[in-house]
Write a protein that binds this ligand. Sequence first.
Ligand SMILES: Nc1ncnc2c1ncn2[C@@H]1O[C@H](COP(=O)(O)OP(=O)(O)OP(=O)(O)O)[C@@H](O)[C@H]1O
Length: 234
Amino acid sequence: MSLLKVENVVAGYGEAMILNGVNLELEAGEIGVIVGPNGAGKSTTLKAIFGLLRVSSGRVMFDGQEITNRPTDSLSALRMAFVPQEHNVFKTLSVHENLEMGAYVRRDDVSGLLDRVYDIFPPLKDKRRQPAGELSGGQRQMVAVGRALMIDPKLILLDEPTAGLSPRYMSEIFDRILVVNASGVTVAMVEQNAKQALGIAHKGFVLAGGRNRFTDTGAALLADPDVAKSFLGG
Ligand SMILES: Nc1ncnc2c1ncn2[C@@H]1O[C@H](COP(=O)(O)OP(=O)(O)OP(=O)(O)O)[C@@H](O)[C@H]1O
């Protein structure tokens, strides 16, 4: 049984439909990457899954139940986490306080989860007393992902985690995402850095015009000349 299944989702802002029948499917333990041109509906797809946008038809299944148009806080309780592209840390709070805030839906002891986050992102341990706003862009992204891990998610949705980062930090974030995945978290990620992202993807979804254009393994999409020509810069 798949962990996440998006079936023919149609959704948009007001009257304007942006998604015109999007399909995604991920098994537990996989990394799925959504790529495509600007305005294809990649971020909108994550928002539709996470209840931030009304789905007008189609459905979203997660971990054996239908979650279409469920409120976001109920999805956290089902262990789905979302890291938006921007404004994803509290800049004036320390790294440690940011991580503690991430656990707001949990009432039990979160020290094990904190240890796991510091193991995955060692630079955060050194900087845990520092305000998140003073960190580099790459380290701020680590805080944002770390904060999402504090609900112990089965699935984490990442919206362009490497946006605006230097190549060095980009590679580091992709490496860390592999470690997050290896710790048992399924990942669904939108990326502009399509080649690198498909390079770590079990499954890739190329969207254009709010529809799936190509769906395959990351490796197969990278090797497909039609995908390369139209969507990966040749
Ligand atoms: N809050 C909003 N209100 C109205 N339209 C929006 C809103 N957010 C996005 N859109 C529109 O929805 C379309 C798809 O946006 P989306 O952010 O999903 O694209 P994307 O594939 O993630 O591309 P990008 O890389 O440019 O973010 C765009 O035409 C965008 O202008």
